[in-house]
Design a protein around this ligand. Structure first.
Ligand code: DHB
Length: 326
């Protein structure tokens, strides 16, 4: 029998565990239409602000065999554009649409989520991006526990948090963390907001510097040439972040793994580590949304070889070398 790739984020069901990573091939209507027609299980918009933004000066994206670096600076069409688009994606298509929302301005966030909460629409999830590394002169909320707590406290009092889990999943796009204290501090805050259904781990590793030695210069222009790193070099950090948060939260939260997913075995690793879904960033930009057809097939092939019928048969079952199972 063909393996079954169905999964869920909170109470939202997906036919396959693959989504685009926010920011990748999801800026315009055409991009979103391509995702809608693709074999992805779900889709997410570019991180949006209330007003349209043009972002940072070019060149602002670079990739090679092992990494990508970007300092886009949140170019996006503005909330209304994506809100209008959402009505084109009927829920019956069974391709849940998630909105990625920038968190720099809490007042604007309240305006956006008020609109989302006060009318019937086709939005299945909201991901608050607490981890954009590219706003010149600003740090990430994900690295500032007090600011994060204040933000969550304010938005948890809005109508969005009263909407049923069956209708909308609420999540956070997380910064990458590297130390036990960081994981525990951030988890202690998130625990206070049990309506949060999912975490997406990880956003790009911030402020990386990639150099073109021929010209002895940086490969991108903004922010002194520094930007968020993605691609296969970030996969071990992505996996570790999924692992740490899954260990802390167990079944209370779903995790979307993100960082360096290029093929079915990368996805298998993330799911084995505890992710319910995986999102594809750098590899999606390098290819196109047809990549999802290959990813579904590759994941199914691995499951067939290993005799797994559904994701649950191996999800979160990573063994530790040298430790015997009971
Ligand atoms: C941008 C980059 C990010 O990693 C992110 O999470 C949001 C926005 C950007 O530069 O546009």
């Amino acid at each position: 029998m063909e393996p079954n790739l169905e999964t869920s984020i909170g109470n939202i069901k997906l036919k396959t565990p693959f989504l685009n990573a926010s920011g990748c091939n999801c800026y315009s209507r055409d991009d979103l239409d391509n995702l809608l027609k693709s074999d992805a299980g779900g889709m997410i918009t570019k991180t949006m602000t209330l007003q349209k933004r043009i972002g940072n000066p070019e060149p602002r994206y670079y990739d090679n065999q092992v990494l990508s670096v970007n300092s886009m600076g949140l170019p996006n069409m503005g909330f209304d554009y994506y809100y209008d688009y959402s009505f084109q994606n009927p829920k019956e298509e069974n391709k849940p649409l998630f909105f990625s929302i920038a968190t720099m301005n809490t007042q604007d966030v309240k305006t956006m989520i008020n609109t989302i909460s006060s009318s019937t629409n086709n939005i299945s999830g909201v991901e608050f991006n607490i981890s954009c590394p590219n706003i010149v002169g600003k740090g990430q909320m994900g690295y500032d526990p007090e600011q994060l707590n204040s933000f969550l406290s304010q938005i948890s009092k809005t109508k969005l948090f009263d909407i049923s889990r069956n209708q909308i999943a609420i999540g956070l796009k997380m910064s990458p963390y590297f130390d036990k204290y960081q994981f525990q501090n951030i988890a202690d805050i998130i625990k206070e907001y049990p309506r949060i259904d999912f975490l997406t781990c990880i956003n790009g590793i911030g402020n990386g510097l990639v150099i073109d030695i021929e010209n002895q210069e940086t490969v991108i222009n903004p922010n002194n040439g520094m930007g968020g790193l993605g691609g296969s070099i970030v996969k071990p950090t992505g996996l570790a972040n999924v692992r740490q948060f899954k260990n802390i939260f167990g079944h209370k939260l779903d995790i979307i793994g993100c960082g360096g997913v290029e093929n079915g075995s990368d996805a298998f690793e993330y799911i084995l580590t505890g992710a319910s879904c995986v999102s594809v960033g750098t590899a999606l930009v390098k290819n196109s949304s047809t990549i999802f057809t290959r990813l579904n097939q590759e994941l199914k092939n691995i499951m067939k070889i290993k005799n797994y019928q559904k994701l649950n048969d191996f999800q979160n079952s990573l063994k530790i070398k040298g430790i015997k199972e009971l």
